[in-house]
Design a protein around this ligand. Sequence first.
Ligand code: B12
Length: 477
Amino acid sequence: MTPAIGPIGLDYIAGSAQRAGIEVEIVDLGLADEPVSALTEHFSASQPELVGISFRNNDDCFWPSADWFVPALKSTIETIHNLTEAPIVIGGVGFSILPEPIFEYTGVDFGVRGDGEPAITSLIQQLRTTRDFTDVPGLIWRENGKTRCNPPSWPDSISLNPARDFVDNLSYFEKGGQCGLETKRGCNRNCIYCADPLAKGTRPRLRNPAEVADEVQNLLSQGIDVLHFCDSEFNVPRPHAYAVCHEFNRRSLGEKIRWYAYLSPSPFDAELAKAMARAGCVGINFTGDSGCEAMLRTYRQQHSSEDIATAVELCRLNGIAIMIDLLLGGPGETPQTVRETIEFIKRINPDCAGAALGVRVYPNTAMERVLAKELQEGKDANIRRKYSGPIDLLKPTFYISGDLGEHPAALVKDLIDGDKRFFEPMEEIEGSGASSSDSADYNYNENLLLAQAIRNGTRGAYWDILRQLRNCPENRG
Ligand code: B12
């Protein structure tokens, strides 16, 4: 994908495997110009005991393009199988949200759902000894013709290797404009569409703030000073977010770094906003979803539209840029609820708002149950997909309320009415592929305009870069 995002999961698990005495080599296909040649060259010089693949994105979750990456994963696995006898294991968030379907589709030897750190060392140990896989956390494998799955590892508290020295983070920073890190994993909310609990668990699992600050200092020493927190919602739980900011402030890190995070509009208050700004936070993506109370309840959000308005005010007071992420088209959405949301956003005046249209439906979420019920009732007008045959949630499958009509994107665009604060939904793209160079496009898959701006030295979260380009088009380069 372009811009390139650093494989931070790989950095963490390689660090932890090394700590456990396992020798690790990385072939980074995200940075390779010719991935197949990079693999051929690597395996001609080195034969490992196990090959791990980090698979981050199953698809781009973007209804107009619906770009799907599992076929390419399958072909990468076939290429590697032709180059080495070693078994292959896939992990990563893209795998963890759809573990069994990807395991079956690709025919890979092993898969790991959930945290990779404990799994990888335990798997290596079993491959070296008795090959008893029953205790390898999150492992999926075949035994006597049957697929077996272990429960994932989601330890209550997590300690990660803060060194971040396996991946070439600086190259990713130069190509991707920011570098990710985690302050915790997991989320105890139950938003109907969200896949995060499937991959990261249903409880927040916290890191020691001192370890997070050590990691920031290690990234800084590599020349990286613009960061993106990879927590689902940085402020859930709020005391942990505050503690992380407190530790950053104790070390005066806010003077050296700029960072961005995803937050829920609630809990968010003046004390947290101030601590975040002082700790270096320059931009927040709020999970707004909707400005209509009924839609917020449908999505099972815990915030109200009032909370979104307050969050915007608090950010303004503290000089933090604001992006509100909307999710339009869910169950019960009508032209009237969309109008209500768009008028609400215009009124509260964030720096920008992403008008995402279409809910990607994942197995084992409440949205899957909504879809199944509607299909049983013979209602299939709410499904949007680019493939034919039976519904298969491994492939990009979206829900858009049929009440929005044949051309829902046009309806939303009409209501936005050219307001430059919005990233508008796009019409469905014929065929596959997602390449674009339009500053209204906030699909970060093959976003050539963003890649160009980053090449020219711009750094930051993508919505923040795009909004700056819209305000000052001469910076496009
Ligand atoms: C932060 C984030 C972003 C940031 C990244 C910032 C940065 N510099 O890192 C930004 C905003 C750029 C972003 C963009 C996009 N994102 Co995003 N993002 C995330 C988020 C919240 C965190 C990703 C992360 O780094 N996690 C932390 C790492 C450590 O976790 P991990 O990769 O899962 O690794 C762990 C395990 O999986 C495992 N593991 C990993 N590799 C391996 C390998 C082996 C062998 C093993 C055994 C284990 C293993 O061990 C690791 C440690 O425990 C995830 C959701 C989530 N909670 O993970 C979505 C997520 C990955 N994003 C998603 C999407 C769709 C996108 C976009 C395509 C959106 C778009 N259309 O523009 C773009 C793609 C950008 C690009 N060009 O690549 C989806 C993918 C879903 C899907 N269907 O595939 C996710 C899952 C969110 C969601 N639920 O919808 N994203």
